[in-house]
Design a protein around this ligand. Structure first.
Ligand SMILES: N[C@@H](CCC(=O)N[C@@H](CS)C(=O)NCC(=O)O)C(=O)O
Length: 213
């Protein structure tokens, strides 16, 4: 039995959707990040980094870091959301998964957290602009790939498409400062309409197009 610690609309939504796709039993424990629940002594014992997603396996083993959780789950359950070792597009799928997890996700931190970096509003604006420029570059790369393939690694969705679609939702709160290209918008629709993704959105009480909480 899996326990997923998640927070509404955050990067944990990708793991939530993947658990649905795997059709395995799991329970959800929600953390309200805005209330600081990730820093509670109880959760800090499970993940001292105070981050979601965090997966607990059978009440014992704890897996932290979204990409590690996704790879562990898709390998354990032999899911076609990750091409198997030796498959021709595995390297590409790994690259895109890591791109979203390790390159694009951190580019949002200054956009969301400018006010935590400085009280000076002019600097905050500069920090946000710096983040928007870098996020835009990331989504331009996505657009380029999607003008060649329906999903990032071909005709079928992978876990990278799930994580990328989750992250793309965060741009909706930027009032047009980051724009998604037409291919990217169509990809968000396609990936977001996957039944496993839809179920996760519904359970978390959010919509594909609404600003992430
Ligand atoms: N590298 C980590 C990043 C996880 C992360 O930053 N999660 C955010 C939500 S998207 C979080 O839990 N933030 C809580 C906080 O920073 O206080 C991973 O991929 O799991």
């Amino acid at each position: 039995m899996y326990t997923l610690y998640y927070s509404q609309g955050t990067c944990s939504l990708a793991v939530h959707a993947i658990l649905n796709a795997l059709n395995v039993p799991f329970e959800l424990k929600e953390l309200h990040l805005s209330k600081g629940e990730q820093n509670s002594p109880e959760f800090q014992k499970i993940n001292p980094r105070g981050q979601v997603p965090t997966l607990v396996v059978d009440g014992k083993e704890v897996i932290r870091e979204g990409a590690a959780i996704i790879l562990w789950l898709t390998e354990k359950h032999k899911s076609n959301l990750m091409p198997e070792v030796g498959a021709p597009n595995r390297a590409k799928a790994l690259e895109w998964l890591m791109f979203f997890n390790s390159t694009l996700h951190p580019r949002f931190s200054p956009a969301f957290g400018a006010a935590r970096i400085t009280k000076n509003e002019e600097f905050q604006q500069e920090i946000r602009q710096y983040a928007f420029t870098n996020i835009q570059k990331g989504f331009d790369e996505v657009e380029k790939q999607l003008s060649e393939t329906t999903y990032l690694c071909g005709n079928e969705p992978t876990a990278a498409d799930f994580l990328g679609t989750v992250i793309s939702r965060w741009t909706y709160g930027f009032n047009g400062a980051v724009t998604l290209g037409p291919k990217t918008k169509a990809w968000v629709e396609k990936t977001g309409s996957h039944p496993a993704f839809q179920k996760a959105l519904q359970t978390e009480g959010i919509e594909l197009h609404k600003k992430a909480a």
